[in-house]
Design a protein around this ligand. Structure first.
Ligand code: URA
Length: 419
């Protein structure tokens, strides 16, 4: 068996066997297949798709490329994952709320992918926060404080880590088999017994239609079932960015505000829908409305924010930044965006365009080895449905490069569609 033959087979729209998929994943994880060969195969999968059986085999091979944690001694442990979005800071808000209600949360997140943001990049903008702790520490943390949020630096689904970085740099993100295997391999490896998936659709999501999102959701639920993990999927729109900020530090600050009760309506809806289902899966109550009330209560009484601080401190982060978010380093240029001579209502604010703008400012990667700039991004004062007067500042661009900032202002003016 060799990689050229496997690439040729997928290029020619043939189905790969379990052995061929296992060969690719094992040899690529062990650095015996070059990035350019893996990229070619990933592009062939992107273009020609995979059967359900191939997707399941790919997922299991990726999950088995490293360790698979056994968290059974911790009882029911829940995990959550989003298929990607722009301004999606849901995990930072949801995970501490759920943990504060006594349900252990053990989650391995990803970095930014394409024009979408990644929870790990956001967490890393908190000075000192360690995303790459050992497997023992991960389990110890969940035992000790009921929550741990980590990156893919341990030996958990290492194949996904490599393939994910390649996909980000080769425009091969929007693919059902690649997304399903990426997410479910991480979920299986990280050990939680119950999984809630946020499957997004619309401009800022990898699935552009609700039907496609449902197809992706069904595939992941099926994989979860086969792996013995109860999986629930919620389908949510991602036409415009979620919440008011896009950018790593900006989103952490928005999440802290949300945990203090200042939460944007769209973010709140997603957090409550996912969270009420997580509590149900964990056996904490079948009534979703009552579960939502419990979540809101732990925001009002400060317990959720306390849990977030505990999480940050426990993973080496400097909690003083959470206590006073003014301490976060700001971008050098914070430029207002005014839509001269335009008055009316915001009709459209395409999330994909705003995600690309954030990448342009340095908030995401063009090459897989790029360092991201945590401080840059976009604050949206006006969103779809909001009224706009001629002199209103509809948004701010946060940039560390004056020219780029000015260009971003002009680009954002065109993204706002006012009627
Ligand atoms: N999140 C992941 O972890 N992988 C994907 O492919 C998309 C979103």
């Amino acid at each position: 068996m060799n990689i050229q033959e496997i690439i040729a087979k997928k290029r020619d729209k043939q189905e790969l066997t379990k052995e061929e998929i296992n060969f690719f994943i094992t040899e690529y994880t062990n650095n015996n297949i070059a990035d350019y060969q893996a990229s070619a195969l990933i592009m062939a999968i992107y273009l020609n798709g995979m059967s359900k059986e191939e997707t399941v085999n790919l997922t299991l091979a990726m999950a088995n490329s490293g360790d698979i944690l056994d968290l059974s001694e911790l009882g029911i442990v829940v995990d959550k994952h989003s298929t990607g979005g722009v301004g999606d800071k849901v995990t930072l808000i949801l995970a501490p709320i759920i943990a504060s209600l006594g349900v252990p949360v053990a989650k391995m997140s990803g970095r930014g992918l394409g024009y979408t943001g990644g929870t790990i990049d956001k967490l890393e903008s908190i000075p000192g926060y360690k995303i790459n702790i050992s497997e023992e520490e991960f389990i110890k943390n969940v035992k000790k404080i009921g929550i741990s949020l980590i990156g893919q630096t341990m030996n958990l689904a290492p194949a996904d880590k490599k393939i994910y970085a390649l996909r980000d740099a080769t425009s091969t993100t929007e693919s059902i088999p690649l997304i399903a295997s990426s997410i479910m391999s991480k979920k299986i490896a990280a050990g939680a017994s119950k999984i809630v998936l946020d499957v997004t659709y619309g401009s800022g999501a990898f699935m552009k239609t609700k039907d496609k999102a449902q197809e992706l959701a069904n595939e992941m639920i099926e994989i979860g079932k086969m792996a013995g993990r109860e999986t629930v999927a919620i389908i949510t729109p991602m036409e415009e960015p979620l919440g008011r900020n896009v950018g790593n530090t900006l989103e952490v600050i928005e999440a802290v505000e949300a945990l203090k009760g200042n939460i944007a309506e769209d973010v709140k809806n997603v957090v409550l829908e996912l969270g009420s289902n997580m509590l149900k899966l964990a056996g904490k109550g079948n009534n979703l409305e009552e579960n939502e009330s419990k979540m809101l209560e732990n925001i009002s009484n400060g317990k959720a924010l306390e849990k977030f601080k505990e999480l940050v401190a426990n993973q080496g982060g400097d909690v003083s930044y959470i206590e006073d978010t003014n301490k976060f380093e700001k971008a050098k240029y914070i430029l207002p965006v005014i839509l001269e001579n335009q008055k009316g209502t915001v009709k459209e604010l395409k999330a994909e365009e705003i995600g690309k703008l954030s990448v342009f400012l340095g908030g995401g990667r063009i090459r897989k080895e790029d360092k991201i700039d945590s401080a840059v991004g976009i604050t949206l004062n006006k969103k779809v449905g909001d009224k706009v007067e001629k002199s209103d500042i509809v948004a701010y661009i946060h940039s560390n490069d004056e020219e780029k900032g000015k260009e971003a202002v002009q680009r954002l003016k065109k993204i706002y569609i006012i009627k």
